[in-house]
Design a protein. Sequence first.
Length: 339
Amino acid sequence: MGIDTRHAFLNISITPIECSVVCHSNWAKTVFEPVVSRLPRDIAKRVTISKDAYLVLSVISAGMDAGNRVLELTSPLALAGIPILFITTYYSDFILVPKKKKDIVVQVLLARGFECIEDEDSYVSPTVISHGRAQSQGSEPPSTPPPSSVAELQKRTFDLLKKRNVIPYICDGLSLVQCSGRDVSELIDFSARRTIQGWSTASNGHRTSWLDHMDTKLYTSLIAVLAGQPKFLSITLALEDAPSLLIDKTLLNVFGDSLVGDTEGDLVPIFLDLANLPLEATGIVSGVARKLVDEMHMIETGVSAELSYLSTARAGAVILSNEQSMKALEVLKPLLARE
């Protein structure tokens, strides 16, 4: 299968703010653009397809808790003026960066001690597609230099969010769980999946992947849930990982035993509606996450391990335990309250 047709990365996220899709740029051109062109004009205006191609970096960071990973990965890129989308999944962290910034991104991460391993599947060229309210087309002045320090980065982030009237909020009654599709063969240890390089080859000569070992109930359940227009569902499919889901806890019964993970968890997202910000705005993930870590003393208390983040085209969601999300909201609201 050619690299332009093999779908190496896909994220579909349905939130109270929007439906956001990250897919291969070829899909955007051959599947989504023709559909959008046939929509009534008033509906088509609500669909945004990014003009720029993005690279997807799969981050392997063993031994580092989730909260520290968010900071260690996003802060240096924000200081370098690189706009990003950040997706935490059950197994991995994924960073989406503009394809035209690839060389700078690699240099920044190498300088921070990360190793960059390139092969044909290390980078894909997805397009970000969103359906929701119209996105702001404005942008910050291109002459604005990147921040010189983390403190300046944080100040700029909250000044921008306040200027654009971004108010953090929690949806009452919405509780999430992070889980994965079940491996019915039990022949693959996904906790050690990184030791398996790429895809294996079956006896008939066709390449195999986790798809050959997953419970088909997962996919029929997904169709049923999507048809019901869920309040929240985010699924990520990547080459080396089993399907990862971040879902409304009330949907678990639909999937039955096709999921594994902490299904008893109780995660709460704090939403940031970024529709009034340009897609190329920088520092949002890093600025918000670092403020919470600093103000809530997460590293000292060990709570940072529970912090994760989901970027979509028009929004961001900081995801914490139920108790910590309430504390985080108390930190963020005064900083962004209108005068």
